[in-house]
Ligand binder design. Structure first.
Ligand code: ZN
Length: 82
């Protein structure tokens, strides 16, 4: 992914109210500790977006009001932010 594209999508995520976690997870796909975690929390749940800056694998998890996480396997970041 181009740096400009990455920066644009991150800007949109932040504009939507996502906050970046300071922790970097290790990536299940490439093994590098380069996964940025963006979190959006609302009153009735929220969403986590995990984005590996090394291989650009993106996954998203829905958080229920009771704090359970479910992977959103249909998630497409560009569509989500369009
Ligand atoms: Zn990766």
């Amino acid at each position: 992914m181009e740096t400009r594209k990455v920066e644009e999508l991150i800007r949109k995520l932040l504009k939507r109210g996502f906050k970046r976690d300071s922790v970097k997870d290790s990536c299940a796909a490439c093994g590098v500790s380069a996964v940025h975690v963006y979190k959006l929390l609302g009153r009735t749940g929220g969403r986590d977006v995990k984005w590996c800056m090394a291989c650009h694998k993106i996954s998203s998890w829905k958080r229920s009001a009771s704090d359970d996480l479910y992977e959103d396997t249909e998630f497409d970041l560009e569509k989500f932010l369009a």
